[in-house]
Design a protein around this ligand. Sequence first.
Ligand SMILES: NC(=O)c1ccc[n+]([C@@H]2O[C@H](COP(=O)([O-])OP(=O)(O)OC[C@H]3O[C@@H](n4cnc5c(N)ncnc54)[C@H](O)[C@@H]3O)[C@@H](O)[C@H]2O)c1
Length: 401
Amino acid sequence: MQEKPVRLAIIGCGGIANAHLRGYQTLVEKGVDTFSIDATCDVRKESAEDFKNKIAEFQGSAPRVYADVEEMLKAEDLNAADICTSHSHHHITAIPCLESGVNIMTEKPFGITIKASQKMIEVAEQHGLITAAAENCRRYPGQRAVRWALNEGNLIGKPRMFFAQSAGWQDPANIGNWHWRLDKLLSGGGMVMDSGAHMMDTVRYFFGDVEKVYAEVRQIDKRMTKHKEKGVIPDCHEDTWVAVITFKSGVIGTWSWTKAAPAHSFLNVAFYGSEGVIRDRGDVFHPFVFQEDGDLEKLDGTKMTIKELKATYMATLSEAEKERLFPFGIEDGFTLEVYDFINAVKNKRSPEVDGETGLLAKANSIAIYESGYCGEAVRIADVLSGKVNAYQREIDEYWGL
Ligand SMILES: NC(=O)c1ccc[n+]([C@@H]2O[C@H](COP(=O)([O-])OP(=O)(O)OC[C@H]3O[C@@H](n4cnc5c(N)ncnc54)[C@H](O)[C@@H]3O)[C@@H](O)[C@H]2O)c1
C-alpha cells in the first residue's frame, strides 16, 4: 500500500481522544485519503489496544500499539502526532516527537506552564515543524457567527464589554472521583486552565489580545475535591474565581465561576457592543454551539436568535470560505480541528490555532492564577516574559523547565 502524505500517531488514548477518533473516522467516511493512523500510544497499553481495534474497523488497517513514545518514534516513520495526554505530558511527549521530525498537535491547554509551551514552540522552530493547539470551540458555526457579528459584521456596534458568570452548587456528598486533574504537578491548575482554556481562547478570538488581568482565586469549600485514591483533598484547586480582564482594544470583561454557591444557581453570559448585546444561554466554559435559544438584541428593536444569527453569517460566506471553514459541510469542532492539522502537515502551512495561539490563550489562564497568587493585577507581557511566574514555579522546577 502506498504511504500516505500524513502518517499519524495518537498519543494518549483516554477520554477526549475518542472525540478526535470520531473526527478521523468522519474524514475517512467523507473520502479523505491523505492520512493514515499508523500508531497508537498510551502508558495504559490496553487503552492503545482499544483504539487500535476501533481504528482498524474504519481504516481497514490496524495501527501498531505502543506504551512508550520513544519506542514508537524509533520504530515508526511518522510525521504527525495528536497528543491527548494529561497536561504535564503535553510537552514531555511533544518534544521527543519534534526532535524526531514529527509535527504535533496537543490538546488544550497547549502546555502545562508558559515555559513548557514556549519550549515546544522553540523546538518546533529549530526543526522547521508545525505545532497546533487542539481548540475545537471556536470552530463551531455558533462561535464563528458571534465573532463575525462582533467584528466584520458590526451587528451590535463597537465591542465594549462582556460578563461571563456561572454560580452553582456541588453537593459534597456526590462529588466524583477525580484523578490527575487534582494534582497541580500533573494538571497545572484547576478549571481556570482546564475547561477554562476554551473560554480564554474564545475571548481572544472575539476581542483580541489581553493586556492585564486581576483575579481572586479560591477554594472556598474544602470538601469539593475528591481524588480516586487519596480521597478529599482540602487544599487543592480552586472551586471559585472572579477575574477582571482588560483587552488591548479597551474592551473589559469579567469572568467568574463557582461551584460553592448553595441554594441559588445562575448563568449569565452577555457580550455587549455600543448598539446591543449577544446573550449565550450555553455554558460559561463550553460555548460549543452558542445554544440556539441564545439571542441578539439591539437598541433599535432588532432581535434575532442565535439560530438566525448563524444563518445570517453562513449566508455571507463564499463557497471557498465555506469549504475552508466547514469542509464537506462538517460542523463538529473536533473533526474540523483534526482536519486542519492534517492539512497543515500535508501542505506545510500553519494551522488556524498554532502553538503561539495556544500559548496566548494559556497566558490568559495563567495570568488569572498568577494574579490570584500575588494579589495584584498582572500584565500578560510579564507572564509571557517569565517576570511573573510565582504560581508556576514549583511545576517548572518539578519538570526541569
Ligand atoms: N477539547 C475538549 O473539549 C477537551 C475535553 C476534555 C479533555 N480535554 C483535554 O484532553 C487532554 C486529555 O484529557 P482526558 O480527559 O482525555 O484525560 P484522560 O485521563 O481520560 O486521558 C489521558 C490519557 O493519556 C494517557 N497518558 C498519560 N501520560 C502518557 C504518556 N506519557 N504517554 C502516553 N499516554 C499517556 C493516559 O494513560 C490516559 O489514557 C487534556 O489536555 C484535557 O485538558 C479536552
